[in-house]
Design a protein around this ligand. Sequence first.
Ligand code: CP
Length: 325
Amino acid sequence: MKNFTSVQDVADLQQLVESALAYKAYPFKDEALGHRKRIGMLFLNPSMRTRLSTQVAAQQLGMEAVVFNVGSEGWALEFEEEAIMSGNTVEHVKDAAPIMGKYFDILCIRTFPSLKNKEDDYSELYIRQFIKYAGIPIVSLESATLHPLQSLTDIITMQEYMRQPSQVARFAGRKPKVVLTWAPHVKPLPQCVANSFAQWVNAWGEADFVITHPEDYELSEQFTKGARIEYNQDEALKEADFVYVKNWSTFQDYGKIYTNDPEWMMTNEKLAHTNNARVMHCLPVRRNVELSDEILDGANSLVTTQAGNRVWAAQAVLSEILRGK
Ligand code: CP
């Protein structure tokens, strides 16, 4: 693997899942792989899980991790080619990225969408410019449109659950029903987690995949093609084995909130429509807005296991890059 920015960078998704689960069983089995290698982690916006899990993963492979909060501590970067830098940006990525390429063996970046200009956000300029100019492998820690380390974790978490001895018979000879449901939120959020989850579930190809959201919250077909879209949430939830809860802002009329209907919040009452589904969320979560306390604190929630699995997803990706596979 050269870079890791989407599922399209992955040659064998199932092999990556197995690698992650092997690291979960034996975290230090490759502790010499990254000896004397350094990973740079650039954050243009906040993070808890991605930052900590990727650092832990790198350290378990013997790497040294250096975190740089560019957004709050670094010079403001310019990404546009041929920009006349007479505004607020101080340093061009074509100057900064090659220097980082000299300091590190792998460079990880978390960027963010403006939610103002769809074409700019969906062009993924920030990630593309780092790939162009850094000269070393680039790992996305979440970009304007995708969150691949989160989505790999989500696939790992579902497969791990299905392999539990108590669940093997339940899933024997059939695909799990996986439902991605929109949830209310107090502010417009990116589409990246939902886009990415759809992209990875479709690439996995082992799920009966349904996406449910209010009308006008359609995601880009670039990512959802292959899923069934259902506007009636109760109907979508019927017989679901996994329910992935996430808010996103509108894609067509970009970055807006059209409705915040609290009826879309996941509750135990809604869970009763499902096949005793496990409930997932990437976190952070707005309790009692997106998901009720009763679900998050209840037996059906997978969110802590899911967040814990971020380490193994990151370790599997970093090890593939280190091996030059
Ligand atoms: N899920 C996730 O990416 O969490 P953080 O924003 O805390 O990294």
